[in-house]
Write a protein that binds this ligand. Structure first.
Ligand code: UDP
Ligand code: MG
Length: 317
């Protein structure tokens, strides 16, 4: 279990209460990793108090507020189980749903994502926007989920271990997982209004999510060959420049219109420069990517498993 907490002092006790009730009733060993994301209230203190009572509760305290994604990364790096379940600290998700998620995961999925079917947040400002966002994310990534934003999700640990996340990207883990070939699914979970504390996010998150989506898409499709993006852009621009130049010559030589009277010379030069810059940036990006892969001994592929190669070697990174 991973729980990120930021300024959630009043939620610590009820959260531990409910979480441990559910987890102890499941017949498997478990750990709860609570990541205090640099809270300036009593969150850490309350967590420490709980941890003295509950040996399965492990606490990581980050030095400052790094954000939910970084907090989750810290938890993933420290988790030791085969299955990792993430949940919010504010009890908007229901710990009672965990056993069902885990059972579903054991059917052979890599990720089981919660779907807040009856969402208890502000109707338009949160729920509607999030529905639109889910459509866009599904469409862009080709991985169809109805609720990317739901933090209550269960993962096979080996899928999470290789992933590096930045910004608002924790919600995109299912996309990575699916691209890595893991089967993913979703199931309805309960959702409750927040009782203590406030939401840590406002509308600025929309912009961040959109930009992060572009990064994810770019990295997955073109990280190995960035010049395909920059270069294509550059070539299109060059073609436009050529067309504008041709139109300019046509008007000047055949129709005898003065070049000064049209915007064509300007367009020709503009498109030409943008095209050259695009291609040069593509080359630059290629050089960067080479450095990335070759300096760190990274391969441009991920291996699921090997057979008869002898004992598994630890990853080098
Ligand atoms: N959170 C965090 N670091 C942050 C912001 C949020 O660890 O910088 C945690 C927060 O404590 C909560 C979870 O992330 O457990 C989700 O936050 P919140 O409930 O505010 O988001 P919402 O449910 O409103 O989308
Ligand atoms: Mg919440």
């Amino acid at each position: 279990m991973l729980v990120p907490l930021y300024q959630e002092e009043d939620n610590v006790a009820p959260l531990c209460e409910r979480l441990f009730a559910v987890l102890s009733a499941m017949d498997c060993s478990f750990e709860v990793i609570a990541i205090d994301d640099g809270s300036r209230d009593q969150t850490l203190k309350h967590l420490q108090a709980e941890a003295t009572k509950r040996p399965e509760l492990k606490v990581i305290s980050l030095r400052r507020n790094y954000g939910q994604t970084a907090a989750m990364m810290a938890g993933i790096d420290h988790a030791s189980g085969e299955i990792i379940v993430t949940i919010d600290a504010d009890l908007q998700n229901d710990p009672e749903d965990i056993p069902a998620l885990v059972a579903k995961l054991k059917e052979g999925y890599g990720v089981v994502s919660g779907w807040r079917q009856h969402r208890q947040d502000a109707a338009i400002r949160r729920t509607l926007i999030s529905q639109v966002a889910n459509r866009i994310i599904s469409w862009t990534s080709g991985v169809y989920l109805r609720d990317y934003g739901c933090t209550l999700k269960a993962y096979r640990a080996d899928i999470l271990k290789g992933i590096r996340l930045y910004g608002e990207m924790h919600r995109f883990i299912p996309i990575y997982a699916s691209w890595m070939g893991a089967p993913i699914t979703e199931m309805p979970v309960r959702h409750h209004p927040r009782r203590f504390g406030q939401s840590k996010y406002g509308l600025e998150r929309i912009g961040k999510v959109i930009l992060d989506l572009m990064v994810v898409k770019f990295l997955e499709r073109y990280f190995v060959k960035p010049i395909y993006v920059f270069g294509a852009f550059g070539l299109v621009s060059m073609v436009l420049s050529g067309m504008s130049f041709a139109a300019m010559l046509y008007l000047r030589l055949i129709k005898d219109v003065s070049m000064i009277l049209t915007p064509l010379p300007l367009l020709t030069v503009l498109f030409f420069l943008v095209g050259v810059m695009g291609i040069l940036m593509g080359l630059l990006a290629e050089a960067l990517v080479r450095t990335y892969y070759e300096s760190q001994g990274r391969a441009a592929y991920l291996i699921r498993k090997t057979v008869n190669f002898g004992p598994a070697r630890p990853r080098q990174d």
